[in-house]
Design a protein around this ligand. Sequence first.
Ligand code: 2IT
Length: 449
Amino acid sequence: MNAYIERTIESVKTRYSNEPEFCQTVEEVLSSLEPVVDMHPEYEKFDILGRMVEPERMFTFRVCWEDDNHQWHTNTGYRCQFNGSIGPYKGGIRFQRNVNPSIMKFLGFEQTFKNSLTGLPIGGGKGGSDFDPSGKSDGEIMRFCQSFMQALYRYIGPDTDVPAGDMGVGGREIGYLFGEYRRLKGKFENGVLTGKGFSYGGSRIRPEATGYGAVYYLENVLRDDGEELAGKTIACAGFGNVTWGICKKATELGAKVVTLSGPDGYVYDPDGVCTPEKIDYLVAMRASGRNKVKDYADKFGVEFHEGEKPWGVKVDIVMPSAMQNDVRMDSAKKIAANHIRYYIEVANMPTTNDALRFLMAQPDIIVAPSKAVNAGGVATSALEMSQNSERLVWTAEEVDRQLHTIMDTIYKNSVDAAARNGLGYNLVAGANIAGFERVADAMIQQGVF
Ligand code: 2IT
């Protein structure tokens, strides 16, 4: 291993020993940059890696809100503005009980590489709160979002930092956040947030984009392997927005998603989540705030496996699309034992580093990394920003066409970056290298400071 890379990883692990997710992503990404760091002595001279792993700024803020019984509560809000060298900070806001500095930094770091990979002018950022939205009323969610924006609005803007949704933040929350931003600023600056409702500047296809993009990327993988999507079975996780988009597009292209998961277990639907009724039910199940996937099994009469993950199910393609570290070594071994050829990450960092190394070492498994596979979401957010700044509205067909082209380009650039650096067909290293090179070039060209 290159000594400068090793030193940077060790430094992060020492200084941030209490931030395990952040250390994990830094180790995974930096260790695949060896060929480019070897080739560019100026990276060490300017300490480009040290700059890459330190957010430009990250802050917390107090968020107080009143529940329906007139009791007040206090949560911590975060915004991590990780790297702004290729565009305004861009990345989602996550509302989830476990949100902490480590989770914010791992997501902001991943976002920087992902956004670079899209080829669009967006820097990396992430935000959120340890607020737990489950079981909260609509009024409670609204008051929380308003309070969150009161604290954040001075530090974001269409040319500064453009948040979007992530887990726990969907169209409803973005609406409340934007309403409060507009009230505070007295300006209709709708380029400040993406994932908006269509009526006030949201983009067609943005809700579907992460799932659709993942399937477009997958089609590239299959084509280069002499295969096609029609007739394939897919194991997904979660039942949120991303999994919903995968179900819609996979169904359209003749493939079947046969598993969904939740904190309570997983469901196995051998016929596939492929009728409009079933696909719409995912939305209703999410909106209920119950956070239980068993509801699907009860409604459609399919198997429910309590407390288990779907990674032991024999399918053609595995797509972990729920959350970080969902696939650990025990699950990775089941995936290999089932001779599953396509391991397509979708959620941010869904695989632990040891499980990822294990899967990549299997000669018959093709591994694709989430920062490339799920980049269609943020890419379509960038298309939303373009429409907002030009004050016009593109058709669904136009947005979908651009999304498709972007995903094909991300795949091609990843393949080329790995091959050019003597790494063969390596989609993981290729994505890391391609994402890194653009940001590193931009930082050096702007003068180190
Ligand atoms: O992880 C992600 O890329 C997102 N949550 C979407 C970010 C965005 O700005 O659309």
